[in-house]
Design a binder for this molecule. Sequence first.
Ligand code: PGA
Length: 257
Amino acid sequence: MRTPLVIGNWKMNGTLASAPALASGVRVAAAQFAGVETAVCPPFLHLAAVHAAVADGPVALGVQNICDFAPGAYTGEIAAEMLADFGVRFVLVGHSERRALFGDTDARVLAKCRRAHAAGLTTVLCVGETLSERQEGRTETVIAGQIDALLEASDALSLLENLVIAYEPVWAIGTGETATPEQAQAVHHFIRTRLAGLSPVIANAMRVLYGGSVKPGNAAELFGMPDIDGGLIGGAALKAEDFIAICGAARARLASF
Ligand code: PGA
């Protein structure tokens, strides 16, 4: 059984007061979810406050982005090594908002995976199709392209050691539209099959999270699917009680398999 994982992606939200308050709320409840891993990804500016709020507790620290270069003259950027030094465990790479708005191409995504791996961070590689790609019947082609950019790398096997995949259909992110459990399961199964082409052992062990308008009301049925190992949560991660309820649904998955 793969350990369920629920990660909160806070995106560009919160204040210096609200961020540690939210983290503390999650931390207090997370103790109930033995066997489920949880993490929160605040904005960089709130990382120190959140770090203090979750220190020595069950909630791990994550970030939403890293620089694709090693430390040096890169104004405004933050290196993977700095994050590892700070106690960060997870890094989101290839989120659709970064792919669409900030130039994160498959090549840059691969470079970021390499930087994260070299620093000992766990990469959460995000993939997903847009609405028009789905309507044109191209979902699997798009997902395959995004996954293969990693699988075809010469160092793919080592990069996969410390990696989680998040399937996030772009049309479901922040829209209130959720993929049905069957739609999500089909893509998760496709991803696992693709990984099995390289290594059946890795494919079986890989955690594949679902993201896209996961809420307390739909988490249990999504996490009830065989290949959905948890969630990457945006909007609902901004309310401690909602995020906690979603972690509870992941705990129920543990009990049911
Ligand atoms: P959402 O965001 O839960 O608000 O749809 C998910 C994500 O972007 O990771």
